[in-house]
Each structure stands twice: as structure tokens, then as C-alpha cells.
Design a protein around this ligand. Structure first.
Ligand SMILES: Nc1ncnc2c1ncn2[C@@H]1O[C@H](COP(=O)(O)OP(=O)(O)OP(=O)(O)O)[C@@H](O)[C@H]1O
Length: 822
């Protein structure tokens, strides 16, 4: 039995994409498939959302999601976070339909129907998700299926010739399918398909040329193949060793092993993992594979579908219940130990943190004035960064105890060289307490080096070095595509420096309000909002214990070279309580204009304080106004915007420098979210996962409403001069143009549409979400939205498709690899 590609069903699957990689494997030793699934990697939604107790027959994975075929119902079940692929069981295509196989592309899932006497088989395959929302209606039955980025393929049961469907732009996978060749199995990659020929056991590939065709397999015989985005690997029939071709050596990659024998393989975007015949510990090569993989101590991950190629450690099916249950019991015990350890560690950390703060406060005599005024006025804004980074010295004994496990330790000299001796020409920005330099490390990495603006450090403010390192370690462990990664630090005696990823497009604040700002359009703005929301959602929902950022604002949203957002500056962040509703009693810190009034008044800190700040950020993104701008009559953005939104005057809140989107539904939705986020009482505000979901939906609506005449991701949008605000009188002038009647209804139609018929099915952003409608976002500022007709829907689909093409289709695999945002 062949273990096939990334997009085919197997006992292991690899998710990929902006949320990071994840590797999932089925726990089973007896072939029953009932042992559940286990996932590893940095894609939190795929890892933590895995249904531990659901019996699965096989797995497949795409961009940010994983699906399994359930043992009992023979229906797909998906988890993770993908805009197009519904979590849970996808919408049924009819009664009594069951499936024998599933395969996933980037944003779609297809399932091969089981032959059933009850169902007249007219459609062999059903598909869900982007661009392949219908069914594959050929009336002919297929024996197996596989999926590439935007397409799927199968083998006709009758003669084992291939057929592909979906989109083939740039890949020619559909038109290029060899009509006469008969295959044992097929394996799709990103834009290509490879198959093992029935006649010779050799491999034939078609579709987009695999870069350089490195090491094409020629006439070698293979037992199984897998496909990555631009590469393919096969297990050689002779020795079960690996042969790979295509883009197999992207930068910083590990070459394929030459001598190891494998029983199974699975491919992600730019990597492949194999299960060695001699052990059950997956071995990965290529680039960007999950950093954390199951260890050899785990129960068999791949003993179910390995057929004749099972690893030696897979015992035959004579051991039944115990062999299935033991791993579960061990797993549960291990989980319990981890949870207890986590809780204990949190308690100890918090107690130590509070004691240290108390000591520092006592030493300073006062903790007052801690609210940072806008830009550089008094306050302890950099509470943590300031105290732990700027204001401390280490004793030699403390330095002897390196505790960092992930953050790299840089020497002062190294960073001095990287920044040209902290040359003024390399200065990219200044914070209240720091100067940030662009630097190029010896290995070519471009980094941002943060250095204290002033010379330190009174001795009474010294803090325990281990604690400093623990804090850094904690920050460097926060690992999410939309959080700025702390790469490391320098702990030399003279001073401490922090090293971050370099963000080429600076801060959102600069882009919205700076002198050299570029005009970023609605799609990009909302994309940035969604990405920042995801980063914050991760801090609140997936970090253990939760992290409260405490200083969300536009100057702490950094933009990389592709304009993707990264939440930065955890200088004030605190570990929150495990229960997000129980408050910490903290003295207020943060930035005026973004500061939660409840927290300010009551010193009552929960994750909802970040939600308030995020609401302010949303208003800022929508309006292009600063959080506090005394140039206007209504200087505080919340006081100005929320009444307008509540009155249904959303147009008046939109940035006058941008042309309003043709369909205002999306911005109405965002406005409602923002208004809910800035409610006075924390408990009335939505949690970040709900915010993310609504924003994702708004983004989908927004992208779907662009006309063809308008660039899809506009970097420049022409201003409508008649829409320019007059600074103080705009409220009244807007009122007259607004259609008040359209705002009265309380329900939004789109939340009740059948997901399968939509370009953008209803999505949940994270697995912690239950079923969510925008009603969760509250009714007080709800606005009615018009229903969408079929034509508009098709138009949206078409435009979305164009968007995806431009997103997915860069000039070369090498470029795509380099520009991918993990
Ligand atoms: N990783 C980075 N890549 C590129 N530029 C950066 C990076 N980090 C910070 N900067 C630039 O340096 C400036 C100062 O950043 P820093 O985090 O020290 O302060 P801040 O958060 O902007 O301000 P404050 O300290 O007042 O809150 C930023 O405004 C930004 O322009």
C-alpha cells in the first residue's frame, strides 16, 4: 500500500501555511484506527484542535488544517484554521453517503464516495472549500484520489488512467494528464502530479516543471511517492531508501537522507518526513518542518496503513484492547502531569514576579505615574523591558548559568559588527526607551537590534538575572506567524541588547500616520487587522499560561516586507490567569488613547483590556485617525467614532483618503466589532477569538466585493475628493447622506447561508470557538445587510480566484520559498 502525498489520505499528514507547520499521525497499533490522532508543530489550531478520541481511518492536510476520515461514520472530520474548509464534518452532500478516502489541497477537501447499494453513484467524488465547492460529476467511479494546491486527481477504477479537475492555471495538470498511462498510485504536489506506472513501477510526473528537475528518478522503481509544493520524494523499491527531486535544497534546508530506510513518508510544503523502518521517530528533511516531532517513546504513529512496509516495531494485530488503550492512558497521564506542571510553574512564576515587582517598587519608593502618556511622557511604559532589559546589571555568578533554551545568545561584538557599530545610518526607529537598528548578522540574516536609549542602571533596580532570562525565554517561546519573533539577546556586561526579526515596512502607525506613509487599501488594512487579531488571539488563547499584551497600539504592529502584520513589544506583557475572566490586580500601564478605562479605574486586568486596545486599533485602521488627535474637535477616537457607528453612520468613520469599498457590508461589520471591543465593561466585550472570526468574515466579504476594475490588493487607492473630511463638521455633513432605514434590522443574513454554496463559508478561526454568528458581536450596533444574489456571488468567486492566483503564483518556487511567511 502506498503512502501518498501531502494531499492524499495516509496515516500521517502535514499541515503547512502561514500558521506554521504541523505533523499529525494516527495512534494505532492494531489496524483499527481507533487510537486517535496526535499532532505536533507550531500551528496551534491544528495541534491543539486534534480530536484525541475520535477513531480515524486516515489523515490528510492542507494549508492550516487537517482532516481525518472517521471510523464510525466514514465521513470527513476537519480541524485547524482555514478560511475555506469548515471545521468539523463538512456539509453533507446527501443522505447515506459515506466515503472511503479523502484528500486535501491548499484550501479544499475532496472525498471519494464508498460504493453503496443505497446510493445511485452518479458522483464519484465530493469536494468542499475554495474553488472546488461542488462535486466531481463524471458518473464514473474512481479508485483513489490525491490533491494538489488548487486541483485534485484520481484514477479511474476501470482502467487506472488518471483524471484531474479544479484549477490548472500555470500548472497544466488537468490538460497535461497522460490519457493512456495506467498507474498504481498518484501523488499530487503543489502544482504537479507524479504517479507510479503500472507497467514498469517507474515514475511519471506532469504539470508544472519541478525546478531544475533535480535528480529526476528516471527508470527507478518506487513503492510510494509523496509530493511537496515544488518537490516530490519516493521510496525506492529496491531498498526503501529515499529519492527526491525538484526543489529539494531550499535555503537552510537539510538534504534528504541517503541511507536510511523508511516505511512511510509524508510531505509538507518544503519538507518531507519519513518514518524509519527501524524506529517510529519521524525524520524530516527539507526546510520549515515542525520543530517538535513525536519521540520514539510514543506509541506507533504509523502502523495502520503501512501494509507490507510496516516498521519492525509494529506488532501484528494480535494485541488488541491493551495495545490500543495503553498509549491513551499513558498519554492522559502525561497530559495530566504537564497540566499540573504548567499550573505550578505559572503560580511560582507569578509569585516570583509579584515579589520582584514589589521589591523594586519598594526600592523606588513609588509606583505612581505608571501610565505612559502618548510618546515619551512620564511613566513606566517599559515596565518589564525597562526594568529587566535597561535597568539591570548582572553579577558574574548569575551570568554563569545560561538558562535559555530557544533564544540565541549573541555577543556584543557580533551585534556591533552587524549594525556597523550602532551606526546612526542604521537606525530605524526610536521608542520611549530604546533605539532600534537594522543589522546584518554574519550568516546574512537581517535583524533589528534594540538598544537602550540612555545609559543605565541604578543598582537597586537590579533584578535577578535568571528572571531576566526566564522572561526572555518566555517571549522567545511565543511562536506564532503574527507575533514578532525574538531571535535572541546579548547579555554582555556593558549592556543588554534584544535581537528581533527585521520588519521592512516599519510600523502600522508609520503607514497610517507617518510622513512617508503609503496609501494602504482596504484589503490590506483589514488583512493586517485579521493578522494582528490572530496574533493576539494566540497570546490569549494558546499561550500557556495566557499572555496579556497590555500595549496593543498601531506602533506595536510591525509590517514585514510583504505587509504581513506582527504584534510586537511584549515589554509590558504579563502572564495572565489561566481563567481569562479572573482579573489580575495590576497598576495601569499602557498608552493613552488605547488604555482600557475599566483597567485604568479599577486596576482590573484581564485579556479584555487588550480587546479594548484592539478595538481602538480597529477604529484607527478604519478611519486613518490617531487614537488621540487633538487636531479634531472630538480628540478621542472612541468618543468620536462609536456614536457615529451606533447611529449607523459608518461612512463617516471611514478614512477619507481611501475610496470607500463598493459594498459597505464588510466595513459595517468591522465597525460593529470595533464598537463592541471598546465597550466600557470588559465583560461586554467579545473575546479575541470572536473578534478574529468576524474580521476574517469581513475580509472575505471585502475581497469578494471588489470590482474587476479595481486592483485586488491595492497599494494605492485614489482619493475621492468629495469625501474629504472637514475636521470638525463632518458628523453633521455625513448625516444627511446616510440611509437610516438600512440600519434598523438586527440580524445578518449571511450568517445563515448554507456554507457549501458560498465562496467564503462560515469559518471559525480557532478551535476554541463554538458555533459563532455575528450575533455574538452584539445587537446594539447591528446593521442590516442586503442578501447577495447568485451573480454577485459568482463575481466574488471569480475575483477571489484571481486573488489566489496572484497570491499563490509567484515567479519561481525559489522566490515563493524565500517569501513565504512562517
Ligand atoms: N523588528 C523591527 N523591525 C523594524 N523596525 C523596528 C522593529 N522593532 C522596532 N522597530 C522600529 O523602531 C521603533 C521603536 O520601536 P520600540 O519597540 O523600541 O518602541 P515603540 O514600541 O515604537 O515605542 P514605545 O517604546 O514608545 O512604545 C518602532 O517604532 C519601529 O519603527
Amino acid at each position: 500500500m502506498a503512502i501518498r502525498a501531502l494531499g492524499s489520505m495516509s496515516s500521517a499528514a502535514a499541515a503547512y501555511g502561514g500558521n506554521g507547520p504541523a505533523f499529525c499521525g494516527l495512534r494505532s497499533s492494531a489496524g483499527s484506527g481507533s487510537g486517535g490522532v496526535e499532532c505536533f508543530g507550531s500551528d496551534a489550531a491544528s495541534v491543539y484542535g486534534a480530536p484525541l478520541r475520535l477513531g480515524l481511518l486516515g489523515l490528510t492536510a492542507g494549508d492550516g488544517f487537517v482532516c481525518g476520515l472517521t471510523v464510525f461514520s466514514h465521513l470527513p472530520y476537519c480541524w485547524g484554521n482555514n478560511v475555506y474548509v469548515q471545521q468539523g464534518t463538512p456539509t453533507s452532500k446527501g443522505p447515506n453517503i459515506t466515503y472511503s478516502e479523502i484528500c486535501a489541497g491548499d484550501n479544499h477537501l475532496c472525498a471519494l464516495r464508498s460504493a453503496s447499494p443505497q446510493v445511485e453513484v452518479q458522483q464519484a467524488v465530493d469536494c468542499w472549500g475554495y474553488n472546488i465547492t461542488g462535486s466531481f460529476a463524471e458518473g464514473a467511479s474512481l479508485t483513489s484520489i490525491t490533491a494538489g494546491s488548487l486541483f485534485s486527481c484520481g484514477l479511474f477504477a476501470a482502467n487506472r488512467t488518471p483524471i484531474c479537475w479544479g484549477d490548472e492555471t500555470g500548472s497544466r495538470v488537468i490538460s497535461g494528464a497522460p490519457q493512456q498511462a495506467k498507474f498504481v498510485s498518484l501523488s499530487a504536489g503543489g502544482y504537479h502530479v507524479c504517479g507510479i506506472l503500472e507497467s514498469s513501477g517507474a515514475t511519471l510526473c506532469w504539470g508544472r516543471e519541478l525546478e531544475g528537475q533535480n535528480g529526476l528518478p528516471g527508470s527507478a522503481r518506487f513503492t510510494s511517492l509523496v509530493g511537496g509544493r515544488f518537490h516530490a520524494c519516493g521510496l525506492l523499491a529496491s531498498q526503501q531508501t529515499v529519492s527526491c527531486w525538484g526543489l529539494i535544497n531550499p535555503p537552510n534546508s537539510i538534504p534528504p537522507p541517503t541511507t536510511s530506510r523508511f516505511s512511510a513518508m509524508v510531505a509538507g510544503d518544503y519538507y518531507t518526513c519519513g518514518i524509519p523502518s527501524s524506529s517510529l521517530q519521524p525524520l524530516c528533511w527539507g526546510a520549515q518542518f515542525p520543530a517538535v516531532l513525536p519521540t520514539g517513546a510514543l506509541p506507533p504513529v504509523d502502523c495502520m496503513l503501512c501494509g507490507n512496509n510496516c516498521p519492525a516495531v509494529c506488532t501484528p494485530s494480535t494485541h488488541h484492547t491493551n495495545s490500543v488503550q495503553t498509549p491513551i492512558i499513558i498519554g492522559e497521564l502525561a497530559t495530566a502531569v504537564v497540566v499540573v506542571a504548567c499550573v505550578l510553574a505559572t503560580a511560582i512564576f507569578l509569585v516570583r514576579y509579584k515579589l520582584a515587582k514589589l521589591a523594586a517598587a519598594t526600592a523606588n519608593g513609588s509606583m505612581s505615574g505608571s501610565i505612559k502618556k502618548q510618546r515619551g511622557v512620564s511613566g513606566n511604559k517599559k515596565g518589564s523591558f525597562g526594568s529587566s532589559f535597561m535597568k539591570e546589571r548582572l553579577t558574574s555568578t548569575e551570568l554563569e548559568e545560561p538558562k535559555m533554551s530557544r533564544a540565541e545568545v549573541f555577543s556584543h561584538q557580533e551585534l556591533e559588527q552587524a549594525t556597523g557599530g550602532f551606526d546612526k545610518g542604521n537606525e530605524v526607529g526610536k521608542g520611549s526607551f530604546s533605539i532600534v537598528y537594522r543589522g546584518v548578522l554574519g550568516d546574512g540574516r537581517v535583524v533589528a537590534v534594540k538598544r537602550a536609549a540612555a545609559v543605565p542602571l541604578p543598582s537597586q533596580q537590579q533584578k535577578d538575572s535568571n528572571e531576566f532570562r526566564n522572561e526572555l525565554d518566555l517571549l522567545s517561546r511565543l511562536n506564532h506567524a503574527h507575533l514578532l519573533t525574538l531571535l535572541g539577546f546579548c547579555d554582555d556586561r556593558e549592556e543588554r541588547l534584544l535581537v528581533y526579526e527585521f520588519m521592512a515596512n516599519g510600523t502600522l502607525h508609520e503607514q497610517l500616520h507617518g510622513n512617508n506613509r503609503q496609501q494602504i487599501g482596504w484589503v490590506r488594512r483589514v488583512t493586517v487587522a485579521v493578522q494582528a487579531a490572530r496574533g493576539l488571539e494566540y497570546l490569549h488563547g494558546y499561550a500557556c499560561p495566557p499572555v496579556i499584551h497590555r500595549d496593543i497600539k498601531s506602533s506595536n504592529i510591525l509590517l514585514d516586507d510583504e505587509w504581513n502584520a506582527r504584534v510586537s513589544d511584549f515589554g509590558l506583557s504579563l502572564l495572565g490567569p489561566m481563567d481569562s475572566d479572573s482579573p489580575l490586580s495590576e497598576l495601569p500601564a499602557g498608552t493613552l488613547g488605547y488604555l482600557d478605562p475599566e483597567y485604568y479605574r479599577l486596576h482590573y486586568l484581564t485579556t479584555k483590556s487588550d480587546v479594548y486596545s484592539f478595538g481602538v486599533l480597529l477604529l484607527e485602521i478604519m478611519s486613518g485617525r490617531k487614537a488621540i488627535d487633538m487636531e479634531y474637535d472630538e480628540g478621542n477616537i472612541v468618543e468620536w467614532a462609536v456614536p457615529l457607528i451606533k447611529e449607523g453612520q459608518v461612512q463617516c468613520v471611514l478614512d477619507p483618503r481611501l475610496e470607500a469599498p463598493p459594498n459597505l457590508d464588510a466595513v459595517h461589520k468591522i465597525a460593529r466589532v470595533a464598537a463592541r471591543c471598546v465597550k466600557m465593561r470588559g465583560k461586554d466585550r467579545p473575546s479575541m477569538d470572536k473578534v478574529t472570526t468576524s474580521l476574517e468574515r469581513a475580509l472575505a466579504m471585502l475581497m469578494g466585493t471588489y470590482s474587476e476594475a479595481q486592483p485586488f490588493l491595492p497599494s494605492e487607492v485614489v482619493l475621492g475628493s468629495n469625501r474629504l473630511h472637514r475636521k470638525s463638521s463632518q458628523k453633521s455633513s455625513c448625516r444627511s447622506t446616510f440611509d437610516v432605514d438600512s440600519l434598523e434590522t438586527t440580524e445578518e443574513h449571511e450568517d445563515h447561508r448554507n456554507p457549501s454554496s458560498l465562496t467564503f463559508p462560515s469559518i471559525n478561526s480557532s478551535l476554541r470557538r463554538g458555533s459563532l454568528s455575528d450575533n455574538d458581536m452584539g445587537g446594539s450596533v447591528d446593521i442590516a445587510l442586503p442578501d447577495h444574489d447568485v451573480e454577485a456571488r459568482q463575481q466574488r468567486q471569480q475575483l477571489m480566484f484571481q486573488y489566489c492566483k496572484s497570491e499563490i503564483y509567484p515567479a519561481s518556487p525559489q522566490q515563493l520559498f524565500l517569501s513565504s511567511n512562517f
